[in-house]
Design a binder for this molecule. Sequence first.
Ligand SMILES: Nc1ncnc2c1ncn2[C@@H]1O[C@H](COP(=O)(O)OP(=O)(O)OP(=O)(O)O)[C@@H](O)[C@H]1O
Ligand SMILES: [Mg+2]
Length: 614
Amino acid sequence: MRTAPEDTTFVLKIFTLFTELVEYISMAISSDHYSLVCAIDFGTTFSGIAYSLKREYRDDPTKITVHDWSAPSSVQISYKTPTTILLDSKRKFVAFGYEAESKYAEFAEDEEHDDYFYCRRFKMLLYDTLRKGVERLTMNTKIKDITEKKEMLAIDIFSLSIKYFRDLMVYTVDKKGIGVKTTDIRWVLTVPAMWSDPAKQFMTEAAQKAGISRDKLMLALEPEAASIYCSRLPLAKLEGAGGLGVFEAGKKYLVLDAGGGTVDITVHEVTKDNNLKELEKASGGDWGGTSVDNDYKKKLMEVVGDDFMEDFRLKYTGEYIELFRDFEMKKRTPLSENQTMVTMRMPGMLSGFYEDRKDRKLREAIKNSIYNKSMRWEGDKLRITPAFFKNFFSLACVGIVDHVRDLLLEKLKYHKIDTILMVGGFSESPILQKRIREEFPDHRIVVPNEAGLAVLKGAVLFGHNPNIISERVAKYSYGIASFEKFDHTIHKKEKKDNKYCKDVFDVHVRKGSRLVFNDEIKSKKEYEPNRDDQMVMDFDVYLSEEEDFPKYVTDPGCQYLGTLSVDLPKPVKGKKRGVFICMIFGGTELCVKAVNRSNNAETSATFNFLGNQP
Ligand SMILES: Nc1ncnc2c1ncn2[C@@H]1O[C@H](COP(=O)(O)OP(=O)(O)OP(=O)(O)O)[C@@H](O)[C@H]1O
Ligand SMILES: [Mg+2]
């Protein structure tokens, strides 16, 4: 005979099992369920992947596994691989990263490279679309290969690249016997904080095409990810922290994420509950490490001529790649105190080809150039003075310093920010670090160990806890083009359209507003269809960079962003069919939710930022 207490225990046990089962089933079907976070840091110059299990994260958040690539012997760094893709004549994937570089160089050597599509540093295209005067980013935007003779849809290049990382990760999880199903992986993709909404949407579209389901995908903003990582690091791993609590509640600091393409800046304050709050909207420019390479290239071209460099690139593509790979090594090697010259290894064919083409020796060309005091040709090497070498960094340093100065000493001076956190690969540069220290002597400059991996590792942490960034600042004012009843005391005459005023910028959020994570209430507005038979309402969404939001969508500084389509319920006689539209601003992507007024039911609402302007 069983006793009552045992019976109770038995019932309790069944009940617990049952609730665990219900919880398990609901987690399994919910998009929030995951056991592993995998982050893809898709960089302009270098990319990487890293992961951590949910249970590992609970025990030690900094326990993150970074995938390493077998790099060529001349390159020491292998936690990231070059953002370079190689496709065959049918545009099928061949290789990515170091492997793509080596394979293409081999094909070029055997003169078998003509049919291949080789493309590098293509992420910059998505930043360039931010600049005014450049065509809109759409699903039809094309990218040229290294020869600039072939082109391909950008979306395909991005999705093939992301697919490479996805498949590699899935293979790794499988091979290591980690015991995680592919459907249990939460994917995090990094994007610069200052990217536009179309560029972010482009990345999510590419990821979906690569086989990552939308509900398992998150975007992490690069400087935020780096800031999260540093805030979780032990002090010993933060050079310059000086034993002081950089990340104590109430502390404010500027995050300088200097990558290959862009320098992305945000300002954070540590909240009481140890989360991070953005104090100033993200900003930055194209002063990344690539601008150093570009300056080197520009100066070489001034000596040998643009036409010669172009011919060399096309004829000896493998050697051309090697030329800049060697520069990458030199760029990463600190100059010693009493170094007299920096030696650049030059491709074997360069001087011979120059002589054939130009009918004079390369040595002579250098001697007769404006840089004859700063460089000379010796054997098969180019030797340049350290001062000239440092000069390659000048443009990048000036761009960064001016921008940071403007933020710290002008725009944000009332915040009294005393710390600069330097992250991103380019922040590892002793030349850049020295310059920042010299220009901001009253600020504490903190650089984490392996600054170049901070974004990648931080993206993993963000995947586990996206609420860490509790508050952000709106970069633009967002609004919907709408009609209002015409009132001649407030509206312009030329905007009159029957009884209405057209082109009104119906503001959903103002630039500079504080956005609390997932705070959807702020932008809730009601709209009504014009016609009774209408089943979908399409809205034109606009943004403005002006300090004060515009009155009309045609005002200066106002830009067309894209469309918002909302499904309407079936018409019922005598019933109005209004919809409430809530734009959700606090996250890393702009989201939207629409609710029918008639029945309070949520209805489908989607943004399309990648279409052409109507
Ligand atoms: N020790 C170093 N000294 C100088 N430059 C460096 C050093 N280490 C890396 N870099 C430069 O930093 C850049 C790469 O940084 P990172 O990997 O953070 O950029 P990315 O992720 O490719 O670019 P982005 O974040 O802009 O998309 C390259 O230009 C590289 O040459
Ligand atoms: Mg990066």
